[in-house]
Design a protein around this ligand. Sequence first.
Ligand SMILES: [Zn+2]
Ligand SMILES: [Zn+2]
Ligand SMILES: [Zn+2]
Length: 279
Amino acid sequence: MKLQYLGTAAAEGFPAVFCNCAACQKARLDLSTELRTRSQMLIDGKLLVDFPSESYIHAMRFQVDLSAVEALLVTHSHTDHFYAQEFVNRGYKFAEKLVSPTLDIFGNDEVLSVYHEGTYREMRESVSASIKLHVVRPFCRFSLGGYDILTLPANHSRREEALLYSISHEGKTVLYLNDTGPLSEECYMFLAQNHVVADLVSFDCTFADSTEQHSARHMSFIDNVQVQNKLLQYKIVRHNTKYYVTHFSHNSAPFRERMEQVAQKYGFHSAHDGLEIEL
Ligand SMILES: [Zn+2]
Ligand SMILES: [Zn+2]
Ligand SMILES: [Zn+2]
């Protein structure tokens, strides 16, 4: 399984779009190293997790052919995870020779509603006909072109059923845990019942090592360790499981080298935009 982090920032980006705090100003001096765009992961070039507005930039920056993506798993409808408007460009006179003629989009009710709101003005029938929408709920299991997908409820929003995904392929498994606070007991039970053993866990680490009081809708390193302990307890991870942290807020001053050093203290790795991992 080949994973690529295309973006690793929280909703506001790093540097943040409208921000002039000290961290954002410093990051602007070395964007080639420090720029973190909104979170997205590409798996084997054909499976995407989330679709922020920077998907276009990701395709150019990392030379990714987004027309080859066969399926998109959306965690939730927040703007940094689902920029539906872009899909009007997937066909008609705007796109030729698509590698994958169809695209399957999986998300909760709210994601589908954002899709319709975002596309109804400009969507051509020929384009919409090639995009299939699927509603998914927590605690589902389905297969997708050789990938085994499990959904979990995120601890993130009262307005919608935000989702976390376990993605397995040819004996390798990734647990993708954006956006969420610490997980409910039912999540661990469900993963254990389905015999999930993760090779890589990708943690929401919005608050990183910030010591300020934070909401339970996202995590810090301390929260990540708590989840790691639960995963160990339920045998959902093994001794050689890799842990990556991502989805950083500008408030955490997520400079690449600094995050890598802090992550190391916890036995984790810090993701950055463009990072490729072979499992
Ligand atoms: Zn987010
Ligand atoms: Zn800032
Ligand atoms: Zn969110």
